[in-house]
Ligand binder design. Structure first.
Ligand SMILES: CC(C)(COP(=O)(O)OP(=O)(O)OC[C@H]1O[C@@H](n2cnc3c(N)ncnc32)[C@H](O)[C@@H]1OP(=O)(O)O)[C@@H](O)C(=O)NCCC(=O)NCCS
Length: 227
């Protein structure tokens, strides 16, 4: 019995491995999806999440998208959303398994952006302006999102509408991010706040350190060595 079970288990896993390899979405095997652009070397792992509005999606070369990642444009499949792309993911990115990138107006992910698993990125909020109409039935509001090249987004982070992250930013695991952050920001928490920045003067530093450094006569080095 255990021999049979082992054989069946091995067979199932071997077959599932083959299914996953065959089911990956690539430029050579787009699995019926018609992306606005799917670059050379792109692979969307099997099983994918919800993928629709793909003609408004552009994915740059050599980007890897994990399994069960949802990529969507618009409220549902088959809508005419105009002539332009809506969701652009650059080249060399890695989008962690189970993540969702849900676009309605404009989401730009730069090059070489890496995300952990289960990240949620959206450019749309429901609104609750009318206190009597069910919130889900009120017309939602969009605000474009951009994530700078070279950034890294930790597991489970949520990137809300209107977020603009500069280049080489770090988003901590579990952060809920909204607002604008310059290049080389490390943001963490709910709501996410700047916890580290970078300047050539100080390297990586806690917020406030730069102001303190500039305010002190003699600057940081003199203060530190005097202390
Ligand atoms: C953001 C992160 C990279 C920071 O690491 P670090 O550079 O070593 O920085 P520190 O641990 O010194 O943290 C800097 C500050 O942010 C805070 N912080 C770090 N991670 C945080 C988090 N997830 N939530 C809230 N605050 C956080 C720290 O408490 C610290 O605050 P302080 O300045 O008041 O002391 C790391 O904490 C993190 O969240 N990594 C995500 C890991 C992950 O998701 N991996 C998935 C695989 S891709």
């Amino acid at each position: 019995m255990s021999l049979v079970r082992r054989a069946v288990g091995a067979l199932i896993h071997r077959a599932y491995g083959a299914i996953r390899r065959a089911g990956a979405i690539t430029p050579a095997a787009p699995a019926g999806y018609r992306f606005g652009r799917i670059g050379d070397g792109v692979s969307i792992a099997f099983p994918p999440g919800a993928i629709f509005g793909e003609r408004y999606i552009e994915i740059g070369d050599h980007t890897l998208i994990g399994e069960r990642v949802s990529l969507s444009c618009g409220m549902g499949p088959g809508l005419d959303l105009g002539p332009d792309s809506i969701l652009r993911i650059g080249g060399g990115c890695s989008i962690g398994r189970g993540s969702h990138v849900v676009a309605h107006q404009s989401i730009d992910v730069g090059d070489d952006v890496f995300t952990g698993p289960y990240v949620y990125i959206t450019d749309q909020n429901h609104v609750y302006d009318d206190p009597d109409v069910p919130i889900g039935r009120q017309w939602p509001r969009n605000s474009p999102v951009s994530i700078g090249s070279g950034s890294w987004i930790g597991a489970g982070a949520i990137i809300l509408p209107g977020t603009r992250l500069g280049r080489q930013c770090v988003v901590a695991g579990g952060a809920v991010v909204r607002g604008e952050f310059p290049d080389h920001s490390v943001v963490a928490g709910v709501p996410a706040k700047l916890v580290r920045g970078y300047t050539s003067e100080l390297g990586w530093h806690a917020p406030g350190a730069l102001l303190a450094h500039r305010a002190r006569p003699g600057g940081w080095t003199e203060q530190a060595s005097a202390g």
